[in-house]
Design a protein around this ligand. Structure first.
Ligand code: CA
Length: 233
């Protein structure tokens, strides 16, 4: 199941939560203050954090803030008073959810289950997206293999520079769609390169020279006047 870090200074509550989580098949690491929580966190991978707000040494808000600096682990805050709830909800501390004390174990276990399910769905979604990004594209006699970063036409291997490969893969994955230079910069080069779109026509020209039978009369990567470029599918 999951490895869960339980941070709660009240012994009886900490024991009850830990007992119930273990009974549901989870592995539990228990901490009774903020410092312990941070060292337990550093000691190994954690799937979920149940985090009390009022804690000795380092409080739950601060623990949450520090975990968020390096991790997107699901965090469920355990809050006692209305003012704590206001802070959990109002401040951008980055918790995923909260339960208010007193809560029933049934309620807490249901919340844990929901948060873990959400995480699993997100993982599946990301796996699906990365599988799709790795899938071989066959179009117009070209074979584009993202995993090996190779392009071939029949037996002939076509040697492309890294960004040429990325640009071709992106266009070929969206045949017949027109993309402006700005959109191509954003999707292929990333935000860091925003603002300088002159590199796009340079790469398009170079791709045409390597791929087109007649680069001056392109049939694969077409220019759509005033709009951008499109891979003819
Ligand atoms: Ca407390």
């Amino acid at each position: 199941m999951a490895r869960i870090l339980v941070v709660e200074d009240e012994l009886s509550l900490r024991s009850t939560i830990s007992y119930n989580l273990r009974r549901d098949g989870h592995e539990v690491i228990a901490a009774s203050d903020g410092e312990q929580a941070l060292s337990a966190w550093a000691a190994g991978p954690t799937d979920l954090v149940l985090l009390d707000v009022m804690l000795p040494k380092v409080d739950g808000f601060e623990v949450c803030r520090r975990l968020r600096q390096s991790s997107s682990v699901p965090i469920v805050m355990l809050t006692a008073r209305t003012e704590e709830i206001d802070r959990v909800v109002g401040l951008e501390i980055g918790a995923d959810d909260y339960v208010t004390k007193p809560f029933s174990m049934r309620e807490l276990m249901a919340r844990v289950k929901a948060v873990l399910r959400r995480r699993d769905l997100l993982r599946e979604e990301m796996n699906r997206a990365s599988r799709q990004a790795e899938a071989v594209i066959e179009i117009k006699g070209l074979r584009i293999d993202p995993a090996r970063r190779r392009v071939s036409r029949g037996d002939e291997e076509i040697s492309l520079k890294p960004k040429e490969f990325d640009l071709l893969s992106f266009l070929a994955r969206h045949p017949d769609q027109v993309f402006s230079a700005e959109q191509l910069i954003e999707n292929v080069w990333g935000y860091a390169a925003m603002g300088d779109t002159r590199t796009v026509p340079v790469h398009i020209r170079s791709l045409r020279e390597k791929l087109e039978v007649d680069p001056s009369n392109p049939r694969l990567i077409e220019t759509v006047r005033g709009a951008g470029y499109r891979f003819a599918g």
